[in-house]
Design a protein around this ligand. Structure first.
Ligand code: ASP
Ligand code: MG
Length: 410
């Protein structure tokens, strides 16, 4: 008998028919003799709709009230899913985040899970219930306030519950078959990966491959929760996300990712002296803007520098404002903004043991006339900022250059 957590995303519970299909799958699992904990998202579009309603009242609604509002979407699907399971003759019990014992910090709309008591979940399982938990939500210590975990947070709920009850596996059901070598909308011959390491998945998720929320992957890695990403619309096996295994290093590049939500800000001609970067990025960080790449060029006379960095496009206006103020204080010449850029990245644990991967990427882009604006690397990733209009071309040629359509996979 296995203990299985199954998470169903918004499209998988998007209609009553879909909820009934989820119940069928849950019951099939239970029939096998396995214990099942289900975690559900809100019906697709529901969270956006609720955000829209709030914004009709205020441009910056109270965040505590936002959490009360947004958590309702998952509450609806958890109850409906439990009813659908019961309609098939099985016992099911829905739980809110609070009832499931998911305790978070007090940061409304992006709370972090501090602990999960899991007692009530275990008890209900023991009594023979299928437990259906409303994803994306928790409660602060002392059960004072409802919190939500940030967009896509039901993935995190599922992984965290799986860790807390020591589940054998956490299955994430979505509307795609698994994790692909790249976006199949751009490269039709993109291949589904059978297996991928946490670290690679983490890079891909943070690079904008939307199949798993980044924080859920961090959590799975930390607590070594095996995760499967698969479709709720068919019975294909999906992609297993697990600890790195020896044979994974044979594959140099596992995936090509891209992110169009990037903007580049450059402060031109700042004095080249100690403390400038520290001041600049301190101000940006305290405005809660996440900086990704940073490049500094010092002029040949060594007196001044240009500092460029990238931020999410959605934060670019605010970042320019903040940077403009500090630039004036620092005596910089001006601040430039470019929004017509994107970031294309190759990811693979095999890069640790193979050389020449970055140069092959640069050559491939060069031979297609794609200019590289910025470069950054990590042990298992090379990212290039390029012109936005070349994004699809870059993804296609890199996917081909690294033979991702043909690779045997691991
Ligand atoms: N419903 C929430 C969202 O749309 C959480 C989730 O679906 O994972 O972000
Ligand atoms: Mg999701």
């Amino acid at each position: 008998m296995a203990l299985i957590v199954q998470k169903y995303g918004g499209t998988s519970v998007g209609t009553i028919e879909r909820i009934k299909a989820v119940a069928d799958r849950v019951v099939d699992t239970a029939k096998n003799g396995d214990q099942v904990v289900v975690v559900v998202s809100a019906m697709s579009g529901e969270t956006d709709k609720l955000i829209g309603l709030a914004q009709k009242i205020s441009a910056s609604p109270n965040e505590r009230e936002m959490d009360m509002l947004l958590s309702s979407g998952e509450r609806v699907t958890s109850a409906l899913t439990a009813m659908a399971v019961e309609a098939l003759g099985y016992r099911a019990r829905s739980m809110t985040g609070r009832q499931a014992g998911i305790i978070t910090d007090t940061v409304h709309t992006k709370a972090r899970i501090e602990r999960i008591s899991g007692e009530r979940i275990r008890k209900a399982l023991h009594e023979g219930y299928v437990v259906v938990i409303a994803g994306f939500q928790g409660v602060t210590e002392g059960e004072t306030d409802v919190t939500t975990l940030g967009r896509g947070g039901s993935d995190l709920s599922a992984v965290a519950v799986a860790a807390a009850i020591n589940a054998d596996i956490c299955e994430i059901y979505t509307d795609v078959d698994g994790v692909y070598t790249t976006d199949p909308n751009i490269v039709p011959e993109a291949r589904k990966l059978r297996k991928i390491s946490y670290e690679e998945m983490l890079e891909l998720a943070s690079l904008g491959a939307k199949v798993l929320q980044t924080r859920s992957v961090e959590f799975a890695m930390k607590y070594n929760v095996p995760v499967v990403v698969r479709s709720s619309f068919n019975n294909n096996p999906g992609t297993l996300v697990v600890q790195e295994e020896k044979d994974m290093e044979n594959v140099v590049v596992s995936g090509v990712a891209y992110d169009k939500n990037q903007a580049k800000i450059t402060i031109v001609d700042v004095p080249d002296k100690p403390g400038i970067a520290a001041k600049l990025f301190d101000v940006i960080a305290s405005s809660n803007i996440v900086v990704d790449m940073i490049v500094q060029n010092v002029s040949s006379d060594g007196k001044s520098a240009d500092i460029s960095f990238t931020v999410p496009k959605t934060d670019s206006k605010r970042a320019v404002e903040v940077t403009g103020k500090i630039a004036a204080e620092l005596g910089a010449k001006r601040v430039d903004l470019r929004e017509d850029i994107s970031k294309v990245s190759i990811v693979g644990v095999g890069m640790r043991t193979h050389s020449g991967v970055a140069s092959k990427m640069f050559q491939t882009l060069a031979s297609h006339g794609i200019n590289i604006v910025m470069i950054s690397t990590s042990e298992i990733k090379v990212s290039c900022v390029i012109d936005l209009k070349f994004t699809e071309l870059a993804v296609r040629v890199l996917h081909a250059a690294f033979g991702l359509a043909e690779a045997a996979g691991v």
